[in-house]
Design a protein around this ligand. Structure first.
Ligand SMILES: O=C(CO)[C@@H](O)[C@H](O)[C@H](O)[C@H](O)COP(=O)(O)O
Ligand SMILES: O=C[C@H](O)COP(=O)(O)O
Length: 948
């Protein structure tokens, strides 16, 4: 008789420790049931990894599953795994029926990532039980300390459980207790225990592998030949002895009055199942762990090779109860030898969890890869050319992130991923796209359309304005909807320019401020509310305003009082710069008629790609973040962003995210936006290039320059969006990347400690103004025909030493000459941000870059205060700052207060400058005289002269 089939004569069931789609589909499982009497199937993460990860057998099913809609990697794996389990369960169903529910089971394991999480295990086991919907399913739960209560709970709900990763007799007794107690609970609730089955999977061969290793070490050290012999005799014996003793426990545990009470109600004993029964040591028989463990009411789950071997040359006998005293002696002898089986089995559980988690990482990585391949352009591509050094560092860190489960911990809001500060409170952005109330945005959008607004203006700063600005500049105006504008300035000319560019009577104002207390949105609101009231009447003005703010903010109170048409609440757990995919970005999007549903749908593809279940290697957010952070640590901290025409404004959003998140504690990344690419000689070794473009947005000369930079050894990341509708994917990718880079840099990426410092200074100055009617007097260091120059004593000394004398040019020259390798020069202009001034600043920065070979920033105040300003003050001390101020040609009153827009802006510039100098930064302020156009030209001339 076929020896495998003969096992049933000894009361032992053979299960197959293997599963794969084709194997079931082609009838191979059925053949084994028929020929070998196989009565069950077990699966585990390693088995699925082999089946799915190491073959293309599942490419089709994964593609099919995705056709029904994109889903997370874990869901995708589960979808195909559940199908496999269902197919196997259906093939085994006749066995189950024939044996009246006593056998014919298929096992599916809960995620190994949940091995230390009781609640998570329970929830997942319940879900799998429901989703697989097969009576002959057993859900596998590990026998970890956290798994034990889950086992009791699940049995108590009538769910059949296979307990895995069981090595020790003591833990086995706890497992049996959990089963019995669970059944008692189930019966007490009126459940029929005859429907509940369970096996306790006792792992065998791994014990010998560990014990033999320790024995070998002792044998090598032993001097006495008889001691060597005694130790050698234990090799290959301990695992079987341990299993035999567990079986003795089984007989005792499932007997006696307590058990009989349950048995009388139809309860089935929890069978011991021998797992890990493939022989690992080639010196031992290849059927050792089958032949020696044959006994009634047991199961052996056998890998295919062992099954073949046993069929070929296995011999059956009732071995399990043979020589029990010998087995006891083996264990005593082991103990006497100073080898602790307890310690070994405790370690094996941990190692088993790790092995399954490692297998799951590989498996999920493979599924993530297949998902990305199947979705093709549905997920924006990214190509990394990092150079050997950074590439190796990223690979090493990728493994560290995987081994320490950092992406899962990040999603689980574990602040120890960062600096153990309060990072856990600022992670609402992870879920904001998935939880966006699309129907509400659509309803709001329809209402806006219905009112025939000509314009919609966002009044906000930084996190409240830069995202909407990208949307306004990326998406063409939608017919029937207002044109979207953003105002983020206190410059009187810029405020006035916005006023004249819109039709006040038909404009919707979106006042956006998370805190509600930020000066700029409040004064902008006061101004425009007053203007609208004067245009359409005070009682109607509120109808033209909506607010986006956190619940309970001062802005909410004012908005309620002034009768705003609608107040949208932000999520207090989302910081401003991470808020574009929350109401701060989505309300303006909806107002402008941008299809929020489609935006969110495309965004979610990237959210899934960056998910907790996507290992770092395949996770686009983690990969970009590691590259950014590690390059930064190597001194390539100037993140130079080039964005193609259609998404030209993306860099302005990304620079706030990167600078404000990472630039603190003297560390961080300095984003460089808007610098057109130069030749390789232009740059120092401090650059990291990110090129982001929309497919088809071609620019051959730009591409040529980028290729030259890559060839010259600069790290280059190229990101390609299928279309502008994918912009949300990049918002999310960059958010994740920034959070990851923050972890690499060892800072809290969610606070902005140095922004506050400038706000305090500004407040002091404006309160002084409210009291006295003027700003505190200040004396220029020098006054030339073109400008008055200001700075603190330390900077004056340094500049004079560097050659500053009576001319503007000499000061500029001395100042710029302080910039060296690894530095950046930032032009910080508190003037109207219009095409003319942007052009002038661009010209100046490029001259500086090309002559001094340093990175440059061209920023406008007060806008940058809510953005890169954090890094300028709190980041690395590598900035050389040229602040540019000017008298306003015409000031503008803020209704209801003394300080005008011009005064507020002046106070902001001074507050900013004071903090820079207090921090010992290299800073010079140039207050230009006369009309702004010629004044900027004069400054440009002075810079050119200084550089030549
Ligand atoms: O736990 C069960 C059955 O319940 C098995 O699937 C179990 O996971 C496997 O037998 C082992 O993982 C195989 O272990 P090994 O041969 O790799 O040592
Ligand atoms: O980036 C955030 C800005 O500082 C604005 O903050 P807010 O939205 O609280 O007004």
């Amino acid at each position: 008789m076929n020896p495998v089939k003969a096992l049933e004569n000894h009361g032992q069931a053979v299960w197959l420790d293997f599963l794969a789609r084709g194997f079931v589909a082609k009838g191979d499982l059925k053949a084994l049931i028929d020929s070998d009497g196989v009565k069950g199937v077990t699966s585990n993460p390693a088995i699925f990894e082999k089946a799915i990860g190491s073959s293309d057998e599942y490419d089709g099913p994964i593609g099919q599953a995705l056709k029904k809609g994109d889903r997370s990697v874990a869901d995708l794996f589960e979808a195909v795994a559940i199908e496999d389990i269902q197919h196997a369960a259906d093939v085994l169903r006749p066995v189950y029926e024939h044996l009246k529910g006593d056998d014919g089971f298929v096992s599916l394991e809960v995620s190994p990532y949940l091995a230390m999480d009781t609640k998570g295990t329970i929830a997942e086991a319940e879900r799998l039980w429901k989703d697989v919907k097969r009576k002959n399913l057993m859900v596998k739960v590990p026998a970890t300390p956290e798994g034990l209560p889950a086992i009791k709970h699940l049995i108590g709900e009538g769910i059949s459980i296979n307990i895995t990763l069981l090595f020790s007799q003591a833990v086995y007794r706890e497992v049996a207790e959990a089963y019995i107690a669970g059944l008692e609970k189930y019966v007490a609730k009126g459940g029929d225990p005859s429907h509940v089955a369970s096996v306790a999977s006792f792992f065998v061969s791994r014990i010998d592998s560990s014990v033999d290793k320790q024995l070998d070490e002792k044998i090598a050290k032993a001097n006495d030949p008889s001691e060597k012999e005694r130790l050698s005799a234990l090799k290959g014996k301990v695992a079987i002895a341990n299993a035999k003793m567990a079986y003795q426990d089984y007989k005792r545990l499932f007997a006696g009055p307590r058990w009989e009470k349950l048995a009388a109600k139809g309860a089935k004993p929890q069978r011991l199942l021998w797992a890990s029964t493939g022989t690992k040591n080639k010196d031992y028989s290849d059927v050792l762990y089958v032949a020696e463990l044959i006994g009634p009411n047991t199961v052996n789950t056998v890998p295919p090779a062992t099954l073949d071997a046993f069929r070929d040359h296995g011999k059956t006998r009732n071995s399990l109860e043979e020589n029990i005293d010998d087995a006891r002696r083996v264990l005593e002898d082991l103990d006497k030898s100073g080898i602790s089986l307890d310690a070994i089995t405790t370690e094996l559980v941990k190692d088993g969890v790790k092995q399954f988690a490692d297998a799951a990482d590989k498996l999920y990585g493979a599924v993530a890869h297949k998902r990305a391949a199947s979705l093709g352009g549905g997920i924006d591509g990214a190509h990394f050319a990092l150079g050997d050094g950074i590439k190796k560092a990223v690979e090493k860190s990728t493994e560290d992130w995987r081994a320490h489960a950092k992406i899962r911990r990040l999603w689980h809001k574990d602040k120890s991923v960062w600096s153990n500060d309060d990072e856990n409170k600022w992670l609402g952005w992870l879920n904001s796209p998935a939880t966006a109330d699309v129907a509400d945005y659509e309803d709001f959008s329809r209402r806006v359309k219905g009112q025939n607004f000509s314009d919609a203006v966002v009044l906000g700063m930084g996190g409240s304005s830069l995202g909407p600005e990208v949307l306004a500049q990326t998406f063409p105006r939608k017919s029937g909807f207002p044109k979207l504008h953003v105002l983020d300035s206190t410059d009187p000319a810029q405020v006035r320019a916005m006023e004249t560019s819109v039709d006040l009577a038909h404009t919707l104002f979106i006042v956006s401020s998370k805190s509600g207390g930020t000066t700029e949105p409040n004064v902008m609101k006061d101004y425009f509310f007053d203007r609208v009231a004067k245009t359409i009447g005070k009682d109607k003005a509120g109808h033209r305003f909506i607010a986006v703010t956190d619940p309970g903010s001062s802005l909410e109170k004012v908005a309620t009082k002034q009768g705003f048409a609608r107040i949208f609440h932000g999520d207090p757990s989302i910081g401003g710069r991470y808020s574009v995919l929350s109401p701060f970005g989505l309300v303006p999007a909806a107002a402008a008629g941008i299809d929020v549903k489609s935006l969110i749908k495309h965004t979610l593809a990237m959210v899934r790609s960056c998910g907790a279940d996507v290992p770092p290697q395949e996770n686009p957010g983690v990969q970009l973040g590691l590259a950014l952070g590690l390059a930064g640590l190597e001194g390539r901290d100037k993140v130079t962003i080039s964005s193609s025409k259609k998404i030209a404004d993306f860099g302005a959003w990304a620079e706030q995210l990167i600078a404000e998140s990472t630039g603190k504690d003297g560390k961080g990344l300095i984003p460089i936006d808007g610098e057109p690419l130069g030749t390789p000689e232009t740059y120092g070794n401090d650059r990291f290039f990110i090129d982001i473009r929309v497919e088809g947005d071609d620019d051959a000369s730009h591409d040529g320059r980028l290729a030259a930079l890559e060839a010259a050894g600069h790290p280059v990341v190229r990101i390609v969006l299928k279309s502008i509708d994918h912009i949300g994917q990049e918002f999310f990718r960059f958010e994740m990347a920034t959070a990851v880079a923050g972890a690499v840099l060892g800072i809290n990426p969610f606070n902005q400690p140095d922004v506050e410092a400038a706000k305090i200074k500004t407040r002091e100055l404006t309160s002084a103004f409210e009291k006295t009617g003027k700003l505190p007097a200040e004396t220029p260091v020098i006054s030339t025909a073109e400008a008055d120059l200001y700075t603190d004593d330390a900077n004056v000394d340094a500049l004079r030493k560097a050659g500053a004398n009576g001319s503007l040019g000499s000061w500029i020259k001395a100042h710029l000459s302080r910039s060296g390798s690894g530095d950046y020069v930032a032009l910080l202009a508190y003037i109207a941000r219009d095409p003319g001034s942007i052009g002038s600043l661009q010209k100046m920065r490029l001259a500086v870059r090309d002559e001094r070979h340093v990175a440059t920033c061209a920023e406008f105040g007060p806008r940058f205060l809510h953005s890169t300003g954090q890094a300028y003050k709190g980041g690395p001390d590598s900035g050389v700052f040229l602040q540019i101020t000017a008298d306003d040609a015409k000031d503008l009153k803020v209704p209801g207060q003394k300080a005008s827009f011009g005064i507020i802006k002046a106070a902001q510039a001074r507050g900013d400058f004071d903090v820079l100098t207090e921090r010992g930064r290299r800073a010079l302020r140039v207050h230009l005289k006369g009309e702004i156009g010629p004044a900027l030209a004069a400054l440009d001339a002075a810079i050119s002269e200084a550089l030549n």
